[in-house]
Write a protein that binds this ligand. Structure first.
Ligand code: G6Q
Length: 542
């Protein structure tokens, strides 16, 4: 971070927001809408085909002015430039953060350590396209000459969540003659169920791992090789395994020819890697043209984030609104509610993007924070959520801002389905905002004793993100919208949104216990008494 920026809570805009909050916290959306009949049109903005309605937020014009001022005083603009220029803003890992370069056009030039990375990016994209076309056309044959019909992506975290989310999101555009599976968990069930109905001779494994050392992925990759070689000779590895990685030495060690490796770079963070070679399964599924269209969608949002004034900048506004509830209303979570079945894995994808990025407790310079950072993201596609957890959002004691995501045109028009779906999303946002007063409930003839139960306080804020149709480009725009809103918040919170030491810890923790579970002789256990007892019980029972 720029060291000339004051601590966040000392910024004038932050302090003004603290005072302002005390003034507006009781304001009800009912009053705000009644006070300005045009609010529903004025507090909206539109860019790149995304209609962004933030009128149902507990904000006044002054709130927005102060939030925008906070963005300016935090040095957000300079920090955005630092990211796009390839400066090493991932401070704790001393790395550039250049997922935006992955979707930059060929004629750009972006330097990392003096070297232009754009030609390398496009050379990998071209190699991916050549490979994807062959698999899609049935020209990439297995070891026994059979056509590849199944693609199994083995990866975890950033090497799984992006690919599986994008596959589901773009399923409408996928090659229906190919079967796609995604294996991530070290739980053997994940692999066993993924391959149980597959013919090894028709199956291609994509081993997706930036480091090529991750325990789960390497264990699953070895299991996949054993499974494939049960029916084929070891020479089959060449036709049935490809690697997506930055680590050529480990790829070679595993036995995959580096000709079948698709590379990327240390300046691509795992959770920001779906536009890199990690997207190979997506490209095979939807074809190179659709993949490139998706990248273009990402790029359009990148340009918008970089150039649009903050008051019309969708990721900046989204980040600031999230921060308003997180830091001033003390809201702990945000619900992401896509009214689009194809986005069913989008909340899970966002959980990693947002929580791994902004789940931090110290500033860049190591100072323990005295304010909240990343909220918990969660969600389910509408309307399913309405029949379960929405109750708590409507009438519980917690304030949960919601992101509603919907599309005007359905990809599968079926009778009245889409009108009914859209009626639900609009109705939910309306009901959350305005609720139902006890007078209204009483006027409906509700008996007095039941009125408190049938009263809805309202004033539950939400954003509605309305797009035309879920195309590959639309998906790119949507994902980049969230990426940059996470960036906006991380920059203001003065944290490193691009490291993940908590994840690294997880990668080593189990190492000590593994031999204690596997050793034939009773191990001497030196953990706490609970862990010791659990290990003993497991050893006895296994
Ligand atoms: C992402 C994280 C993490 C990572 C996985 C897989 O930002 O770093 O989720 O993607 O741990 O790592 P590999 O790709 O190295 O196997």
């Amino acid at each position: 971070m720029a060291s000339d920026i004051k601590p966040l809570t000392k910024l004038a805009a932050w302090q003004a927001l603290e005072t302002h909050y005390l003034k507006v916290r009781e304001l009800h959306l009912r009053e705000l809408f009644a006070g300005n009949p045009k609010r529903g049109e004025q507090l909206t903005t539109e860019a790149l085909g995304i209609y962004f309605d933030y009128s149902k937020h507990r904000v006044t014009d002054e709130t927005i002015t102060l939030l925008l001022q906070l963005a300016e005083e935090s040095g957000l603009r300079a920090r955005i430039e630092s990211m796009f220029r390839g400066e090493k803003i991932n401070m704790t890992e001393n790395r550039a953060v250049l997922h935006t370069a992955l979707r930059a056009p060929k004629d750009r030039s972006i330097l990392v350590d003096g070297e232009d990375v754009i030609p390398q990016i496009h050379s990998v994209l071209d190699k991916m396209a050549g490979f994807a076309d062959k698999v899609r056309a049935g020209e990439w044959k297995g070891h026994t000459g059979k056509q590849i019909r199944n693609v199994v992506n083995i990866g975890i975290g950033g090497s799984d969540l992006g690919p599986v989310m994008a596959y589901e999101a773009l399923r409408h555009y996928t090659h229906r003659g190919l079967t796609f599976r995604f294996v991530s968990n070290i739980d053997g069930t994940d692999f066993a169920e993924a391959v149980r109905d597959l013919d090894a001779e028709e199956t291609l494994f994509i081993i997706a791992s930036k480091t090529f050392t991750t325990l789960e992925t390497m264990t699953n990759a070895h299991t996949a090789r054993d499974w494939a070689l049960k029916t084929m000779s070891s020479r089959a590895v060449a036709m049935h395994f490809v690697a997506l990685s930055t680590n050529a030495a480990e790829v070679r060690k595993f036995g995959i020819d580096t000709a079948n490796m698709f590379g990327f770079w240390d300046w691509v963070g795992g959770r920001y890697s779906m536009c890199s070679a990690i997207g190979l399964s997506t490209m095979i599924a939807v074809g190179p043209d659709n993949f490139i269209a998706m990248l273009d969608g990402f790029h359009q949002m990148d340009e918008h984030f970089r150039t649009a004034p903050f008051e019309r900048n969708l990721p900046a506004l989204m980040g600031l609104l999230g921060l308003w509830y997180n830091n001033f209303f003390d809201a702990q979570t945000i619900a992401v509610l896509p009214y689009e079945q194809y986005l069913k894995r989008f909340p899970a994808y966002l959980q990693q993007l947002t929580m791994e990025s902004n789940g931090k407790r110290v500033t860049m310079d190591g100072t323990v924070l005295d304010y909240q950072t990343g909220p918990v993201y969660w969600g389910e596609p509408g309307t399913n959520g309405q029949h379960s957890f929405y109750q708590l959002i409507h009438q519980g004691t917690k304030l949960i801002p919601c992101d509603f995501i919907a599309f005007v045109k359905p990809l599968n028009p079926l009778g009245r389905h889409h009108d009914l779906l859209m009626a639900n999303v609009f109705a939910q946002a309306e009901a959350l905002a305005f609720g139902k007063t006890s007078q209204e409930a009483g006027a409906e003839g509700v008996p007095a004793w039941l009125v408190p139960h049938k009263t809805f306080e309202g004033n539950r804020p939400s954003t509605t993100i309305l797009m035309d149709e879920l195309t590959p480009a639309a998906l790119g725009k949507l994902v980049a919208l969230y990426e940059h809103s996470v960036f906006t918040q991380g920059a203001i919170w003065q944290i490193d949104s691009f490291d993940q030491w908590g994840v690294e810890l997880g990668k080593v923790l189990a190492g000590r216990i593994v031999p204690e579970l596997e050793n034939k002789t009773e191990p001497e256990l030196n953990h706490d008494s609970s862990t010791n007892a659990l290990i003993r019980r497991y050893r006895k029972g296994k």
